[in-house]
Design a protein around this ligand. Structure first.
Ligand code: 5GP
Length: 327
């Protein structure tokens, strides 16, 4: 669709290890084996699933895909190769899928690198794209409070050092972690001039206290926000907190029954700011072009929005980036 390709777009909800192009992951598997890395049954199984196509019965199945990917991105050269391939898939296609990307990733230490080395490797690649890419540092709900604290401080240090970091994210299995402990730590990113985005109300089991506690950290954007209770919804609407929308991801993870039932329709009905994103292009086999095509295609394949509306969504999405929002 020429119309979609020509639209200026921003991608702000893409997870590095969830967006490695399949060909790159296969190359990483060959490098791993060549360098004497063990291809455990778990890695082989994970790779086979990603090669044949992922079918999920529920969102919790999804998190089981990552150990195999992580085994293949456990050294600085592998992380560099993966980051280059991910950014090229968004920014170096002709035309590019987006004009600007905020790529998020969770710091990880392995026997071959520290978490600092991991982030520095990712940032070196991001910075080589000269202002077209920036980092959001993710902390995972499964982390200890000490680790969340340590990584948030690391994000602040990187920002002070002038690295291309714009924000902090909370991701990971939505049913884990005590958000009472995390919220004040997450809120503190604002003092360092960083922005905050949170995966929130992603499943029906995310109860109101969990969501309200996260909202107390004053997030600047929200990921998914599928199951906001009326009280939470009132805050999100009043504060006009932009919602990162991942249509394919939500349908495949079965957190929405179908595209037609997706909460984007209600958000747009209330003129609420949204931004269209891919989430994890490796398991979901989607692209930003395809996500926009879903907006445009007539039902039942898509949501049937007019071109003028889709153009407005793309333009307003550009306005939700962490480099464009004011403090
Ligand atoms: P990484 O942070 O390692 O670059 O990207 C993969 C990680 O992102 C996964 O381990 C998972 O914690 C997180 N992630 C990816 N997609 C989603 C999602 O849809 N929901 C949540 N809550 N976390 C996700």
């Amino acid at each position: 669709q020429e119309f979609i390709k020509a639209l200026p777009k921003a991608e702000v909800h893409a997870h590095l290890n969830g967006c490695i192009p399949l060909a790159c992951l296969q190359e990483l598997a060959r490098d791993h084996a060549f360098n004497g890395g063990s291809m455990t049954a778990e890695v082989q199984r994970g790779l086979a699933v990603l090669e044949t196509g992922v079918v999920l019965s529920e969102i919790s199945d999804f998190f089981g895909l990552f150990p195999a990917i992580y085994a293949l991105t456990s050294t600085p050269p592998a992380v560099k190769k993966a980051t280059q391939a991910v950014l090229a898939s968004f920014l170096s296609t002709s035309p590019p899928q987006c004009q600007y990307i905020e790529l998020r990733t969770t710091p990880r230490k392995t026997p071959h690198m520290t978490a600092e080395e991991y982030l520095s490797t990712v940032l070196d690649v991001i910075e080589s794209f000269e202002g077209r890419a920036a980092l959001i540092l993710s902390v995972d709900r499964r982390m200890s409070v000490d680790d969340v604290s340590r990584y948030v401080e690391l994000a602040k240090t990187l920002k002070r050092e002038g690295r291309a970091i714009v924000g902090v994210d909370l991701c990971g299995d939505p049913l884990t972690g005590n958000m009472e402990d995390f919220a004040p730590i997450l809120a503190s990113v604002h003092d360092a001039g960083l922005k905050l985005t949170l995966h929130i109300a992603e499943t029906p089991q995310n109860d109101e206290p969990d969501t309200l506690t996260l909202l107390s950290a004053k997030p600047d954007r929200l990921g998914h926000a599928t199951f906001l209770t009326p009280a939470a919804q009132a805050i999100v609407r009043r504060e006009k907190i932009p919602v990162e929308i991942c249509l394919t991801s939500n349908v495949l993870c079965k957190t929405v029954p179908s595209l037609q039932d997706h909460h984007i329709s209600d958000l747009l009905l209330h003129q609420h700011p949204v931004v269209i994103c891919t989430d994890d292009t490796l398991p979901f086999r989607n692209s930003l072009f395809e996500e926009y095509a879903l907006l445009l295609a007539p039902p039942p394949l898509g949501l049937g929005f007019a071109e003028v509306e889709v153009e407005r969504i793309a333009r307003e999405g550009m306005g939700t980036t962490f480099r464009s929002t004011k403090d």
